[in-house]
Design a protein around this ligand. Sequence first.
Ligand SMILES: Cc1cc2nc3c(=O)[nH]c(=O)nc-3n(C[C@H](O)[C@H](O)[C@H](O)COP(=O)(O)O)c2cc1C
Length: 453
Amino acid sequence: MAYKNLREFMEVLEDQGDLIRIKDEVNPSYEVAAYVRKSSDVEGPAILFEKVQGTNMKVLGGLFGAKRRVLQSLELDEKNLLTNYLKKEGTVIMPRNVDKAPSQEIVLTGNDIDLYSLPQIIHFEKDAGPYITGGIQIAKSRRTGKRNAGMYRMLILDKNHLTVYAPPGRHLRIIIEQNLEENEPTDVATAIGTDPVIPLASQTRKAFGYDEIEIAGGLRGAPVEMVGCKTINVDVPATAEIVIEGRTVPGREAEDGPFGEYPGTYSDVKKTPVVEVTAITMRKDPIYQFCMTGTPMTENHHMMELPLAALAYEEAYKICPDVVDVVLTPGGTSRHHAVVSIKKRHDYEPRNVILALLAANIGIKYVVVVDHDIDIRNQTDVEWAINTRMQAQDDVLILPTMYSPTLDPSAPMHRSSSKMGIDATAPLGRLDEFSKVKTPGTDTVDLSKYWSP
Ligand SMILES: Cc1cc2nc3c(=O)[nH]c(=O)nc-3n(C[C@H](O)[C@H](O)[C@H](O)COP(=O)(O)O)c2cc1C
């Protein structure tokens, strides 16, 4: 059964011991982020900070800092995860509009708007300032009427202005640019602290025009309740803890960055659109959620991993219906490095799988294809396949720099990457010759009778 809102999910987690409260006063500069970092490093609990300097709001961090909480919010488990996830993701459920919403219990407009009343979380030592990292930005294209929801960080500039970091190619940026061609601003609502499925749905990589709120309905198995904003023409999740309503200022940009990013390195400084806030609405006693990123694994990686791996699986499946499994490895930032196992039917089929994945709208820069007998969740097994079934001069594809919707610090140009694929499969029909040696009885003898670790 779908979680009604963030609070219901938090209660369940707290009962399970998977959410803790820190009641001591903490500093929003680094300290809250440090606690969340430390917890996600050991796949620990989500943390609710009850007393954060400079704000009356409680602060939630690390909600998705362990993969189990992503699975719990989607009501999935590891068994057949990618195919079960894809079934849910492919079932669209339209949202339902309501007139009255908890997210509008308090409405602040005009001089009452003050972004500094929100927790001023600074995540990394070289960050440009306090960023909002747990917001889901919702906007509509005036031209097509299509809605988009994605997560884009925001740097607080002053009481009522912030940047929105949606680089070229991102769907929000496409909407902003389409509207700009008609010299029109874009209404942008930022929902913070929604039911847990909505931020996950915002990470799906569908083509421009798909509505992530409808996808969220499918993923949670029930419509998302939406309410019209008070000052802009956008609907937002009715149970959100906080909503920042605003409008881009045509022609106005400001610098974003540096910011500690998901590859685990800093982004550089770039110009990005500015949003002027028209209202802040919230629940009484709202919970402010932020999302931790940085060197993998963090909640940012856990949130991206499943939709991206599922998309990679779909792309591989189009080439090879006998794709067994796909992993986007943690060291590859859950995004840049894919390992795929297949039952190949043609000697060169792995090359097509490699190209499909490198071209997919994910940003993969390195693909390894192995046979179905390899456990791709076991790094040693994958390396073993590379070392016993691959000859570099025949089995490595290297592509020149291509567009890549990722942050690759080693790339010569922003949002680009040179790419590589390795076919580590055995020649067709000769897998037996390349199989692992076996000692009969290893599976059945009972060593525990004599020794336990
Ligand atoms: C916590 C978190 C923060 C993110 N911040 C940004 C960001 O600042 N800019 C960005 O382009 N993508 C960011 N992303 C990734 C996008 O939200 C994601 O790729 C989304 O699918 C983009 O939506 P779009 O394809 O509709 O543009 C973030 C993801 C997460 C989980």
